[in-house]
Structure formats: C-alpha cells, structure tokens
Ligand binder design. Structure first.
Ligand code: OFO
Length: 164
C-alpha cells in the first residue's frame, strides 16, 4: 500500500520515463535519417533502457496493490538543428530527469516510505551514469564539430561504447 502522494508521483515518473523512451526513439530516427547508424543505435538502445526504467516502477506499483495510471505520452521533438543539439538536449533532459527522481525520493523520505526510497535509490545511482554518459558524448561531439571524417569515426565509436 502506498500513500496517495507517493502513488501520484510514481505514476508521473512512469509517464516521464516513457516520454524519455519516446524522445530517444525520435532522436534515433533523426540520426538514422542522416546516415549516422552508430548514434542511431545508441539512441535506440536508450529507448529500450527507458522503457525498462518505466516498467520497473510500473511493476513496483502493482506489487504494492495499487493502480497504475497511463495518461498520454507527450509528443517529443522530431526536428533538430544538428548532432550537437541532439546531445545538448540529451544532457539537459537527463539532468531534468535527475531532478524529477530526486523529488520522488525526497517525497518518499518525507512520507517515511522506506520501500519507495529503496526503489528510488536505484534511479538516483542510475542517473549519475546517465548524466555522465551524455555529458561525455556531448563533449566529444563538440570536439569533432563539423569535420565529417571525425564524425564518421565517432559514430562508429559511440555504437561500440555502450558495451551492453
Ligand atoms: Fe534516462 O533515465 Fe530513465 O530514469
């Protein structure tokens, strides 16, 4: 059983994770369209990861015998000016997700909901890695700029870098 406030926050986080998945799927299409298969594969993998993040909370809510609500997922952007913009958005988005996760965690603390704190701790740790990855690739993308042969090599490197 969960407090109403916590249930509401968890359901909102499920929606936020599915939005992240949707956003990365859109970015994957953008990269594919520009012959960047490595970046497209990275984004597609991230699409899968974000769905796992959503389902982990989804399963937890059901385990607590509470109702999952699935409101519509907002439409993500489809147009980006450049590869650099994609990675700026990715980094900014992950920082935003971190702040959402911290709010849910803080709420669980306030409500003395120890089980939800345990669940959210996993996300707190995960976000450190998500932000680090996005920031590192953003720096590499900035470094190569518009040099097409460097972009070609970075595209190949990025697809191998996930190692999952
Ligand atoms: Fe990209 O992060 Fe989910 O939580």
């Amino acid at each position: 059983m969960l407090k109403k406030t916590v249930l509401k926050a968890l359901n909102a986080q499920i929606n936020a994770e599915f939005f992240s998945a949707y956003m990365y799927l859109g970015m994957s299409a953008w990269c594919e369209d520009r012959n960047l298969p490595g970046f497209a594969a990275w984004m597609r993998k991230q699409f899968e990861e974000e769905q796992k993040h959503a389902l982990k909370i989804f399963d937890y809510v059901l385990e607590q015998n509470e109702a999952v609500s699935l409101p519509p997922i907002a439409q993500p952007p489809a147009v980006y000016k450049s590869l650099q913009e994609i990675w700026e958005e990715t980094y900014a988005h992950e920082q935003h997700v971190t702040s959402l996760i911290h709010k849910v965690y803080a709420l669980a603390m306030k409500e003395q909901d120890f089980a939800t704190q345990g669940l959210m701790q996993w996300y707190v740790t995960e976000q450190v890695e998500e932000e680090q990855q996005a920031s590192a690739i953003l720096e590499q993308v900035k470094m190569v700029g518009t040099n097409s042969s460097a972009i070609f090599f970075l595209d190949r490197h990025v697809s191998k870098s996930r190692g999952e």
